[in-house]
Design a protein around this ligand. Structure first.
Ligand code: SAH
Length: 266
């Protein structure tokens, strides 16, 4: 039993989670690594940049928010690197913004939306939008018992069987690492993770969300085929605009589906 006054027992926490799952979803935070990926959604939902940002003045993190239907929609981007001016992609900025967004906005649901490399051997094609079933890391190799599993850090996404069926979306596992290319070591781990898509943020967002038990959906649109014959960065840049449009289309459908529903109906 929990000690007096220091929090909830496991049963009480479960009961509370159950009640929350039956309440309509109100507040959503999208975590989006690149502002180019976020812009169509910002426009569609009519979001505006929050001038009273809840984030510390030192960070470049950007928050856009507004109401769309009955939903309070927030899009958080890690912003530009202070020295180099490029998008702050990767797991470190993604974890920080996820942590800060949970603290400041207390969302009912997090959606990590972005682009990813896809494996054609697992059925992925350019422009496919995947709902991720689970996310794990492929560049945290720690060959020590149990720490090996910590390194892989597999987390399940919030299950959304009705959403997947209704919107006819593909489902696959995601593997995350801090490199866009794929070393032979990464390849081995990605295969062990049984991944269909590969990105640079998803498992980090899932890790932080899991700490605070915030349900999380990960949507990944395929910009490049990792096991194809084109150089990844060339294919990525060529397809970014068109694939971002696909991501936008699916994210809009997801939001329309979520509107008026509670977590247990997803
Ligand atoms: N050069 C780009 C940044 C590329 S970083 C620019 O600034 O315009 C790649 C981003 O797309 C990351 O956020 C990552 O999550 C995603 N991504 C797309 N394809 C990927 C792949 N094959 N491997 C890893 N991440 C990929």
């Amino acid at each position: 039993m929990a000690a007096h006054g220091d929090g909830f027992s496991a049963a009480a926490t479960e009961e509370l989670m159950g009640q929350l799952e039956k309440r309509p979803i109100c507040t959503i935070v999208f975590i989006v690594a690149m502002q180019k990926e976020a812009q169509p959604l910002i426009d569609k939902f009519g979001l505006v940049k929050d001038v009273n940002s809840p984030f510390p003045k030192e960070v470049a993190w950007v928050l856009f928010n507004g109401m769309y239907k009955d939903l309070n929609i927030n899009i958080v981007c890690p912003g530009k690197d202070a020295t180099l001016g490029v998008d702050s992609v990767g797991t470190v900025p993604a974890s920080l913004v996820t942590y800060a967004s949970i603290q400041a906005i207390q969302p009912d649901l997090i959606i990590n939306a972005g682009t990813a490399g896809g494996f054609k051997a697992k059925g992925a094609s350019i422009g496919d939008v995947y709902i991720v079933s689970s996310a794990a890391f492929h560049d945290r190799r720690i060959p020590v018992p149990v720490l090996d599993l910590y390194g892989v850090g597999m987390r399940k996404a919030f299950p959304t069987p009705n959403l997947i069926k209704e919107l006819n979306l593909k489902v696959g596992r995601l593997s995350t690492g801090d490199s866009m290319d794929m070393s032979p070591h990464d390849k081995e781990s990605i295969t062990a993770n049984d991944a269909t898509v590969k990105d640079m943020e998803g498992a980090a967002v899932a890790y932080v969300a899991d700490i605070f038990k915030v349900p999380t959906i990960l949507m990944k649109a395929v910009t490049d085929i990792v096991d194809g014959n084109r150089p990844t960065s060339e294919e990525f840049l060529e397809n970014l605009a068109a694939v971002t449009a696909k991501l936008y289309e699916s994210a809009t459908k997801v939001i329309d589906f979520i509107s008026g529903k509670c977590l247990s109906e997803l």
